[in-house]
Design a protein around this ligand. Structure first.
Ligand code: AMP
Length: 466
């Protein structure tokens, strides 16, 4: 697969990609970016989570003329939440180009949006209703728009926005370039594309197909994004992996998570594409020798990794396509050993989980995270086992004269407890993890094959423990 360097991008955009920590383009980016840079209209069947925003955002950042303070790219979005998320992603992508991006959505006063428009923005990400209001008030015009993106078109259809979308499209120049993204392709979306796109090229991402799933014990946990590190720590404590390989989406994330785990007292190391070959080798050597318990890696860095001791694979970020899921979980249970694959699923990643399940044909069991008490209990049990082992080996022989002296002044239990607190510290601080309620998870969305309402219900479990 080509890397970002082979996509013919400018240094300023490559710098932003580097700053965002993306290591290599996702499949939708590999397919869409060259076509969009070549000026083609494109219809992409892909879901949120596949990297579609950067797939259209990168070409926009390449084409916007920042010397001209006019709206040159317009992204239509079904919801305020998506508009905000897309606008923030586009701002990051265009940060070194000087590209300004404004989200426009209903439910907020007009003044701020109008003031920002007056100052001149290059890209607008808007929900259709509010944009039409502003067009009617003549707060902006779309005369200079050369890139139009219809994002999550099937959602806009479901929400009854298509007439508004058509009205907006008619106010943009005919010679614009248009991209349409949709998870499914109902007739109305086909017709919309036929009316407004010029000989569009069609990109369809990984249709469900037969895949061999390695025989690994799989499970997943629904966790709010900001509590994933806490969830990981609880799982590490209760499962005591020999070596856990934890996957993150970006190298920035991998490096940050490794540091956070080290801070919490785990022997963790990061493995990412920015490391030199000798740094990599030294981390791998430590892992093989059992000096590392958690290896935090990106997909790229883990490629070619040959460590048979991996007892647990953890998808800290859910992989963006079923193939990488299969690759990742295949890193454990090697050389006849048993292995476990754990996926942490944030509310916004729920639809990707379904895509993986639909493609592999395997349902990944949802599990409840260990409670704080269980994690503490497991941590203590591990400590007790370790201590017993040391006693059996008479590991503290040289300290015995000191202990005998101290035992004349102190109770032996107090002594041993104080000695433990010296080496272990006060114990790990643990946070409560709020449960992801069913309303917070993404609504059931179909797989790439468009199996809307396939009847399988994989919703999160109600009730239960933390
Ligand atoms: P999207 O499908 O656009 O909502 O993107 C889903 C997530 O993937 C976002 O958090 C993006 O920042 C992230 N992302 C997009 N492209 C890449 C990439 N090439 N490598 C790593 N993460 C990416």
């Amino acid at each position: 697969m080509p890397g970002f360097l082979e996509l013919g991008l400018s240094p300023r955009v490559l710098r932003a990609i580097e700053a965002m920590g993306y290591e290599e383009p996702t499949p939708v980016q590999v397919q869409a970016i060259p076509r969009l840079l070549a000026g083609k209209d494109v219809v992409v069947q892909a879901q949120t989570g596949t990297g579609k925003t950067a797939a259209f955002g990168i070409p926009i950042a390449e084409r916007v003329n920042t010397a001209m303070p006019r709206v040159q790219a317009l992204v239509l979005s079904p919801t305020r939440e998506l508009a905000l998320q897309v606008a923030s992603n586009l701002t990051e992508i265009g940060q070194f180009v000087g590209m300004t991006v404004l989200p426009i959505y209903g439910g907020q006063g007009y003044e701020h949006q109008i003031r920002s428009l007056r100052r001149g923005v290059h890209v607008v990400v808007a929900t259709p209703g509010r944009l039409l209001d502003l067009l009617q008030r003549r707060s902006l015009t779309l005369d200079a728009v050369h890139h139009l993106v219809l994002d999550e078109a099937d959602e806009m259809l479901d929400m009854g926005f298509l007439p508004d979308v058509e009205r907006i499209i008619r106010q943009t120049p005919a010679e614009r370039q248009t991209t349409l993204f949709s998870a499914t392709m109902p007739d109305a979306i086909f017709q919309l594309a036929a009316r407004h796109l010029k000989e569009p090229e069609r990109i369809i991402l990984s249709r469900p197909r037969a895949i061999t799933v390695p025989t690994v014990d799989q499970s997943c946990y629904l966790v709010p994004r900001e509590y994933k590190a806490e969830a990981l720590v609880r799982l590490l404590d209760t499962k005591s992996p020999q070596l856990a390989l934890v996957f993150c989406a970006t190298k920035r994330m991998a490096a940050a998570l490794a540091v956070e785990l080290q801070g919490r007292g785990y022997r963790a190391e990061a493995l990412h594409g920015d490391m030199t070959q000798s740094q990599r080798e030294s981390v791998m050597e430590s892992s093989r020798a059992g000096r590392v318990e958690v290896l935090v890696a990106t997909d790229v860095a883990a490629r070619g990794l040959d460590i048979s001791e991996v007892s647990h694979v953890v998808n800290f970020d859910i992989p963006q396509d079923p193939d990488s899921y299969i690759h990742r979980i295949g890193r454990t249970a090697r050389a006849g050993r048993s292995g476990e694959a754990i996926t942490l699923v944030g509310p916004r990643e729920f639809s990707l989980l379904r895509v993986i399940e639909n493609t592999t044909g395997v349902r990944i069991p949802r599990k409840e995270l260990p409670t704080v008490a269980e994690a503490e209990e497991a941590e203590r049990a591990g400590l007790a086992a370790h201590l017993s082992q040391l006693v059996t080996q008479d590991a503290g022989a040289s300290f015995k004269p000191l202990v005998e002296r101290l035992a004349q002044q102190h109770n032996p239990i107090d002594l041993a407890a104080a000695a433990l607190s010296m080496t272990v510290g006060p114990g790990r601080e643990r946070q409560e993890i709020p449960k992801v309620s069913p309303q917070e998870t993404a609504p059931p969305s179909p797989g790439y094959g468009g199996r809307r309402g396939s009847g399988r219900s994989f919703g999160p479990r109600r009730g239960g423990r933390r």
